[in-house]
Design a protein. Sequence first.
Length: 284
Amino acid sequence: MPWYPGHMAKARALVRENVQLVDLILEVVDARIPFSSSNPELEKIRGNKPCLLVLNKADLADPAATTRWQEWFQSRGREAIPADSLAGQGVGEIIKASRRLVHPIMEKLTARGRRKRAVRLMIVGIPNVGKSSLLNRLAGRRRAATGAKPGITRGKQWVKVEGEMELLDLPGILWPQVEDEAIGLKLAATGALPPEAIPVEEVSLWLGAFLLNAAPEQLRSRYDLPESVRYPEELLEHIAARRGMLLPGGVTDRDRTARLLLKEFQKGQLGRITLDLPPEEGER
Ligand SMILES: Nc1nc2c(ncn2[C@@H]2O[C@H](COP(=O)(O)OP(=O)(O)OP(=O)(O)O)[C@@H](O)[C@H]2O)c(=O)[nH]1
Ligand SMILES: [Mg+2]
């Protein structure tokens, strides 16, 4: 992973340092993979600093699964708000919940005779999860660069947010849990890892197997998939045939087909699909 190791220690130090400056952390995860797009180290770094979880890209996730995640986090004492930072959905809720979560702290400061000041927030999350998009929405203007390429944000700035709040726009970048193979595949499938991180064919075979099991109707309607198709290899062959993705000699262009499946999944063209589900009762 070319851009991780060098940045990781620096990113960790920056998050650690900036957490000291704020009253509340907005932890952005991808609603399709709330577990795989989180970073367990944040819990240690933040100590008991309040933290609101944002289930971003909820427009791409299965709404029922998002509700289950919200309940699961709630049961563990964590507030989670679904959001679509592109459309601005959920942003009002995030502002309301933020004010509620910091209220006790601000009360305490006033009680100690401190002058009233703006509530300070910062956004953290793994690359490409939508941190800059959320920032732009919260700030109400386009203040930070966004892009489909992971790792685009550099530099640091404070921006005003409605309701006496200030938001630190620093790349509060958390590193993804890439060492775990299953997590790595989900990160790659959702586009959180650069395409060179894991071979696309491997990712698309994994995604194909997942979809055949969890979302067969969506595959059928998108690709006119016959019931008989059971394995991801067959799925890719079928897609290639339907979309004419052949190399000279009539051989399937597996690379192009793999990219197509990933792209269509990432754009939500297969429907709203969640890859991580909360653990069942009794599991950890
Ligand atoms: N569908 C959908 N796409 C989103 C949402 N939020 C962000 N995106 C898209 O996801 C991509 C990454 O968004 P950014 O806001 O640049 O993400 P970031 O976390 O700032 O990324 P880095 O700066 O690279 O770490 C962009 O293509 C956005 O348009 C969302 O809620 N829904
Ligand atoms: Mg950014």
